[in-house]
Design a protein around this ligand. Structure first.
Ligand code: F6R
Length: 245
């Protein structure tokens, strides 16, 4: 894993945007895997800024998001469909039909999981997957204990994850209990992975990721087995952690 150490959230977002824009310019038809949450918001702002200022085009880009809450309408401001439209898609020139998220309101959830993995495969797989990390090591909504071989599936969210996400809702009761997420095997099939980590609340997870063993109890640990992972982490996320480089 290649670790890029940066000062703070702003620098992490800028570095991530530089890297991603370079990839889009090198391959205008790139398939990007995208995440939601607080971590990539700054990256998306940088991409919008660059698109507006420099005209980097996303007309041929295809995107696949990691996850969506179960039961939430796309026009609900807490849905990941809404988040992506608001944080990125509405502000760049990507055609709506090139942007894909799992459907949290499918008639048949099991079928939806299969459809989503098949869609990714049929469009050539993900070239670059952007990831955040949960304090418990989750990637996507793959909580501790998720089998490493899991494809896209339905998950019951851990209480700690619901608590962490409650800041976006009026109350914890409104936070959905289930989500549909790309599985760990779906994520690991990406040709390249870019993990963004910022803030003190993530330093324990970083410690485990860099110095712990590979275990299903800490889902992100599987990334050590991926041949092409770049981590951009800020000083707070790396505080007190020894980097072997
Ligand atoms: C989001 C996702 C999650 C988040 C993680 C960190 O699509 O899949 O794994 O990346 O929960 O969230 P933040 O960035 O809010 O700390």
């Amino acid at each position: 894993m290649n670790i890029i150490q940066v000062k703070d959230y702003a620098e992490m977002s800028k570095k991530a945007a530089e890297l991603l824009i370079k990839k889009v310019k090198a391959n205008p038809s790139i398939n990007l895997g995208l995440a939601t949450g607080g971590t990539p918001k700054g990256l998306y702002k940088e991409l919008i800024h660059d698109h507006t200022q420099n005209g980097t085009s996303y007309q041929k880009v295809t995107t696949f998001n990691l996850d969506e809450y179960i039961g939430m309408k796309a026009n609900n401001p807490n849905s990941y469909h809404y988040y992506m439209a608001d944080a990125l898609f509405n502000h760049i020139d990507i055609p709506a039909q090139h942007t894909h998220l799992p459907n949290g309101r499918a008639q048949n959830n099991e079928q939806e999981c299969i459809r989503y993995d098949q869609l990714i495969d049929s469009l050539g797989g993900i070239d670059l997957q952007v990831l955040g990390i949960g304090q418990n090591g989750h990637i996507g909504f793959n909580e501790p204990g998720t089998p490493f071989h899991s494809p896209t599936h339905i998950v019951k969210l851990e209480e700690s994850t619901r608590q962490a996400n409650a800041r976006y809702f009026n109350s914890i009761d409104e936070v959905p209990t289930h989500a549909i997420t790309m599985g760990i095997s779906s994520i690991m099939k990406s040709k390249e992975i870019l993990l963004l980590v910022s803030g003190e609340s993530k330093s324990e997870a970083m410690q485990k990721l860099l110095h712990g063993e590979i275990s299903e109890d800490f889902p992100a640990s599987i990334l050590k087995n991926h041949p092409c992972v770049t981590i951009i982490a800020d000083q707070k996320a790396l505080s007190g952690i020894l980097i072997n480089s």
